[in-house]
Design a protein around this ligand. Sequence first.
Ligand SMILES: *[C@@H]1O[C@H](CO)[C@@H](O)[C@H](O)[C@H]1NC(C)=O
Ligand SMILES: *[C@@H]1O[C@H](CO)[C@@H](O)[C@H](O)[C@H]1NC(C)=O
Ligand SMILES: *[C@@H]1O[C@H](CO)[C@@H](O)[C@H](O)[C@H]1NC(C)=O
Ligand SMILES: *[C@@H]1O[C@H](CO)[C@@H](O)[C@H](O)[C@H]1NC(C)=O
Length: 351
Amino acid sequence: MQKGLLTLLAITLLAGTSLLNTTINNESNSFLEDEVMKVYQNWQKEHGKRYTQFENSHRFGIFKKNYEYIQEHQKRVDAGLETFEIGLNNFADLSVEEFEAKYLKYKSTPREQTRQVYNKQGKQVPVEVDLRKDGVVSDVKNQGSCGSCWAFSAVAALETALRQAGVKNVELSEQELVDCAVKDEFESEGCDGGEMYDGFAYASKYGIAIRSEYPYAGVDQQCAAKKTKTRYQFAGFVDVESLNPQAYVEAAAEHALSIGINASGINFQLYKKGIYNAKCDGSKPALNHGVTNVGYAPDYYLIKNSWGISWGESGYIRFARIQDKQGQCGAQQEVNYPLYTKFENQSVIFE
Ligand SMILES: *[C@@H]1O[C@H](CO)[C@@H](O)[C@H](O)[C@H]1NC(C)=O
Ligand SMILES: *[C@@H]1O[C@H](CO)[C@@H](O)[C@H](O)[C@H]1NC(C)=O
Ligand SMILES: *[C@@H]1O[C@H](CO)[C@@H](O)[C@H](O)[C@H]1NC(C)=O
Ligand SMILES: *[C@@H]1O[C@H](CO)[C@@H](O)[C@H](O)[C@H]1NC(C)=O
């Protein structure tokens, strides 16, 4: 009888403590939740994010997860275990899956090998190159929520080629590529993705308008190239020998390079600064984003992205120069640069 009473007492006590414990845990949880909510609300203000109530709680859930991941990552940064930082940028309320579906639309398609190729020559190259310092790199753009990375990567390289030929301060039309470098003649699919190669081929065959005459809309439209007047025609493009870091650097010493990379994963999505050296499948089928290489240093490649200047280092990311011949995230897989020769009569093509 007494024994039973004791047991009951013990059980009650135990239950009591564990209940207390849960309550405390819940309280500290909800305290944390409030803190993150404050961070979230400030972040929303900063980035102009407004949602319906339903959407908002869904977004907050993802944000919180990302926020916690960033905290964990920062601990590893502080411990010297990571070479790059991540942070609450414009994409902080998107899951990896959402992000990939929305933004990573580079489509690499098998190509015929009839084109001009730059092979490694064993040239001596400068230790460090930053084409921005030559004034031949245009401002970082923002593709918005259209899968047009390929057009931005191509245009960035076209713009640099143009500037290197002495045509200063010209910006070209990504939108024209989105609208016009499509089927049946090309493989690209506008906001649904494409490849830089099509942009170069198009700009070489038809020329490409300046940005102010054919501004960026961020949606698929009817091709309106015929309405434009100021156009620049290119002279083809070059494939840089694949999987070869020396060929890559030789080409990068002189040209802006359009490259395909695997940009999947939370680290790339939330990249803030530092030398990006994350685990990344750099095989050909994994390439899903088009960007532009505009320089290098002994320990990194300097890469221009098209997600605005609030992403990364003012719109740029530094990719670690790793031993793997694929390069960080496959950077050395598909590498191209366009050629520009000044013609006397530029404004032709469309009748
Ligand atoms: C109270 O919570 C902490 C942390 O969650 C846990 O380690 C501990 O075992 C709990 N104690 C009891 C009595 O449930
Ligand atoms: C603690 O929080 C969880 C989830 O938020 C909830 O399901 C549970 O009922 C709470 N427990 C107590 C004792 O408040
Ligand atoms: C990119 O690399 C990551 C890490 O290795 C991998 O999980 C992911 O599947 C790759 N992306 C694609 C599109 O293959
Ligand atoms: C430029 O003009 C010449 C002579 O009129 C013509 O043969 C040539 O095809 C033109 N070039 C382009 C790029 O249209």
